[in-house]
Structures are given as structure tokens and as C-alpha cells.
Write a protein that binds this ligand. Structure first.
Ligand SMILES: [Zn+2]
Length: 496
């Protein structure tokens, strides 16, 4: 009789059998079986908490190690608790068959008896078992998937961590801790809203995260999460969440778009540093990029043959004078009575609904204070206080959101008059200016540098000073010259 040196294989997994049977129990039963069969136990191979189902893609190091050592002739028998402990993948059986058949290596299981790869009948049974196991595993995963799908469609919370910006109460339902009564987090939700607003205004994740004392990566993850727009993604579809959106879906999508812009990722710290960043286009169609003050005339916008997809590389325009020129155009345009009238017609200004909302918010803020006073004076109990405060803050939050939406929309379609803007312009930073400009200007196209009709040569950026000409007179000529050049080169597409 052949002396059998057996390998024991144990696996614990997420399935019912795996959960019920510890590895220790599997090993104990296999050792008892080995004793009954008169086999020696050479080694115990263990894969812990891994799935060997048809969907399981995780490698099983214990299993692979065992097969390698069986191939090397170290063992001439295998013991497992059941066939499904050994493998649930039909493909794996096909891999084992030649090895075990050729070497006449028996496999014995505690639960299902022997797997006999050496006879046709045994192989057919092993294949049937594997097919049944695989079917069962597929059905289980289908059932799980259907359940997840149903819950997504019903707008239920998917479980796991609460998204950043969302708060909820914990309750024990049927022995499990569950989140109930979802609401906006009192400190994190305003941050999410603030971060989205500032990003859309051209600020960087880096700068905003620094203000919040957060890691940029954490902030980025938080504000690109569909959960903040009241959405949950499942199988490429969006479903509603059990909480109200913190930001508009449209804004959230724009935030995601901005943060996935590859040109932004490479130079996140200096993006949107200049007031016309991202608005200036070359006549070849390429977006012009800003260059730092390495030239004598100061920073410029240039058509780069390498950045932003590659342009003609032939256009360049000095930044500061262009900014001044554009600002002047904006002031003039915004002061045009025709335009103001048209815009007023379109936006309707502050309407009754907005006034009502503002009043409702102020009233509720006052009520919150009064409520706290009542509690402090023991006019109402703690439970009553909490209940009424929760109701108030819910309404307050919803009204604040609507209000913010309407005022923002009005700001977009109703910029301040030119004279007002001109008065504060010099004191404002480039981020502020860019926000204003981006709401007024769609794009600025820069034409080729014009040719002087008198000389047939390119206009130089500055006319030479005439003999005996004082600075002021020269400056006047210079400005006129530049205005002419800009008027022929710079074309603004207006949003308003
Ligand atoms: Zn170009």
C-alpha cells in the first residue's frame, strides 16, 4: 500500500459555509479524516477570508503554493473539508485534472467524499459539482446585485461611511446599526458649498483646502463625490440620495469638469493667477497660456506649440495693457443704457419671491435664538427643544440654499454698473476680477500682429520717441498707438 503524505487545504470565505466553519474546525475535521484513511499530514495550507467564487479575482496564495508543491512531488494526497472549500471555479478543476489524474493523487473531503480524478466517472462528478457550485455562487451574487439595485432605485443609503457634508442619526434596527434622518452637516456642508463656489470662481483646491486645514486630496474627493449633489452612482446610472443636495447638480458637474482638466492638474498652484486666464485665444484657435515676467515688457499671453494641445506658436500679447484694455471695454459696455435695460428686463432684479425668502431666513434665525432662550428659561424641555430646533434648521437650510441659488443667478445675469466697477477695480485681486470677467466675457480672440500700411512692416509695440518730444506727449502717442493695435487685434465675445 502506498504511503500517503497529504496536504490539507482550508479556506474561509464570505459564503455561509465559510462563515460558519472556522479554519481550525476545517483542519480538525480533515486531520480526523486523514487518521481514518491512514494518511500522514504533511502540511496545512490556509487561505483566509478570500473568495474563490467565479467572481473572485483575488489570488489564493495558499492554494497556489499547495499546487506547486504537489507538482513538485512533495505530497501525494489532498484533503479538504468540502469540494467548494477546495475550489468553486470550474476552470480550476480543468487545471487540476491532468495533474491529479496523471499522478493518481486522491482528493478526499470531509463532507462530499472523494474527488476521483483518475476515473471518467469521478472526473464527470467533479465537473458537475464545480458547475453546481459556480451556479450557486452566480445566483448569490445576482441576488446581492438585484438588492443593491433595488435599494439604489428606492433612494436608500448604500451603507458604509457617511459622505463628507452629510450627517445622520444612528439607530439599531433588527440588531444592526443603521443611519436614519439624513441631513446636512452643520459645519461640513457649508464648507462643501463654499469650496464649490470658490472653485467655480477660479480658486484652486490647494488654496481652499489650506483655508479649511484639510488635505487637498481629501477636499477634492469630498467635492467630486456625487453625494453632495444628492446623487448616487450605481452601474453608470444616477439615483437620488435620502438627503437634499448640498450643491446644484449643474455646479457639481462643473466642479468635476474643472478638477478633471489635465492642464489644471499639472500646474494647479498657478492656475487662474491672472485675470484673463483661460479666456484668451489665438487666431489659430488654440487657447493662449500665460508666461511669467521673464520678458522686458512683463508677463504675456502666448500661443504655445506644446501646451494646451499645441498651437501655431506665433501670437503673443503683453498681459498688463491687454488687461487694462479689456477692463475699459467692460466698464464702457456695462454702462451702456441699452445693455442695462436689456439685462434688467431679463433678470427682473430682486423679485418678491427673493424678498420673501430673505425674510423667512431672518425670521427663522430669530426663532432659533428665541427657542434657545425658552430652553434656558426652562419653558421647554430638552427633547422638545431638540425636536423644534431640528425642524427649524431643516427649513432654514433649505431656504438659505434657494436664496443662494437665486442671488447667484442674478449676479450672473446682472453685473454691477461700469462706473461702480471702475471705482473698486484697482483694489480687487485677480481672482475676483476673473470671476466678474468670466460672467461677462465668453472669450477673447487675439488676431495676428498688424502690419503698418506705411512701412509694410509689423507695428512695433512702442513707437519711438521723437526728437524734443516730452514724456507726456510720447505717452499719449504710445497709448493711441496701442489702442489702435488692440482695436484691430483683440476681439471680445460677450456673454451679456
Ligand atoms: Zn496660435
Amino acid at each position: 500500500m502506498t504511503v500517503r503524505n497529504a496536504a490539507i487545504y482550508c479556506r474561509i470565505s464570505h459564503d455561509r459555509e465559510g462563515r460558519a466553519l472556522g479554519v481550525a474546525k476545517q483542519e480538525e475535521d480533515c486531520r480526523a479524516l486523514a487518521e481514518r484513511l491512514g494518511w500522514e499530514v504533511g502540511h496545512v495550507f490556509v487561505d483566509n477570508d478570500l473568495s474563490a467564487s467565479v467572481h473572485g479575482k483575488k489570488p489564493r496564495p495558499g492554494f497556489e503554493d499547495m499546487i506547486r508543491r504537489v507538482e513538485a512531488g512533495e505530497f501525494n494526497a489532498v484533503l479538504a473539508w468540502s469540494t467548494s472549500r477546495l475550489t468553486r471555479r470550474p476552470m480550476e478543476h480543468e487545471r487540476l485534472i491532468p495533474l491529479f489524474w496523471e499522478r493518481k493523487i486522491p482528493i478526499s473531503t470531509v463532507k462530499a467524499g472523494d474527488i476521483d480524478y483518475t476515473t471518467a466517472r469521478g472526473r464527470s462528478r467533479a465537473r458537475d459539482d464545480a458547475r453546481r457550485d459556480a451556479e450557486e455562487a452566480e445566483e448569490t451574487s445576482e441576488r446581492v446585485e438585484r438588492d443593491v439595485q433595488r435599494r439604489a432605485e428606492a433612494g436608500e443609503f448604500h451603507g458604509g461611511h457617511l459622505p463628507f457634508g452629510i450627517d445622520a442619526d444612528r439607530e439599531i434596527i433588527r440588531g444592526k446599526v443603521k443611519y436614519v434622518r439624513f441631513r446636512h452637516h452643520t459645519t461640513d456642508a457649508p464648507r462643501v458649498r463654499d469650496a464649490a463656489r470658490r472653485l467655480l470662481a477660479g480658486e484652486t483646491v490647494y488654496g481652499i483646502a489650506k483655508d479649511f486645514g484639510m488635505q487637498p486630496r481629501t477636499l477634492k474627493r469630498a467635492i467630486t463625490n456625487p453625494a453632495i449633489a444628492g446623487l448616487r452612482e450605481y452601474n453608470g446610472q444616477f439615483y437620488p440620495t435620502p438627503w437634499e443636495p448640498i450643491v446644484d447638480r449643474e455646479d457639481w458637474e462643473r466642479v468635476c469638469e474643472i478638477l478633471s482638466d489635465p492642464s489644471r492638474r499639472t500646474s494647479e498652484t498657478n492656475q487662474r493667477k491672472y485675470m484673463l486666464s483661460g479666456l484668451v485665444y489665438c487666431h489659430c484657435g488654440n487657447r493662449m497660456t500665460s508666461t511669467s515676467a521673464k520678458r522686458t515688457e512683463g508677463p504675456t499671453y502666448e500661443c504655445s506649440p506644446t501646451k494646451t494641445g499645441g498651437g501655431c506658436g506665433r501670437a503673443r500679447i503683453v498681459m498688463r495693457p491687454l488687461e487694462e484694455y479689456i477692463a475699459e471695454q467692460v466698464f464702457t459696455r456695462l454702462d451702456s443704457p441699452d445693455l442695462r435695460e436689456a439685462m434688467a428686463r431679463e433678470s427682473g432684479g430682486v423679485d418678491d419671491k427673493e424678498r420673501e425668502l430673505r425674510k423667512a431666513v431672518m425670521d427663522d434665525e430669530q426663532r432659533l435664538v428665541e427657542l434657545a432662550n425658552e430652553r434656558d428659561d426652562n419653558l421647554i424641555g430638552e427633547a422638545e427643544y431638540r425636536r423644534r430646533r431640528a425642524r427649524l434648521t431643516d427649513r432654514l437650510e433649505a431656504n438659505r440654499m434657494t436664496l443662494e441659488r437665486t442671488t447667484r443667478k442674478r449676479a450672473r445675469t446682472n453685473p454691477p454698473p461700469g462706473a461702480e466697477l471702475r471705482a473698486v477695480w484697482a483694489d480687487k485681486g485677480s481672482v475676483w476680477k476673473r470671476t466678474i470677467l468670466a460672467s461677462i466675457i465668453e472669450r477673447i480672440d487675439i488676431g495676428p500682429h498688424p502690419v503698418n500700411p506705411d512701412t509694410g512692416r509689423l507695428f512695433t509695440s512702442a513707437p519711438p520717441r521723437r526728437k524734443g518730444e516730452d514724456h507726456e506727449a510720447w505717452r499719449k502717442r504710445f497709448d493711441l498707438h496701442r489702442a489702435r493695435v488692440f482695436a484691430s487685434r483683440v476681439y471680445v465675445t460677450w456673454l451679456v
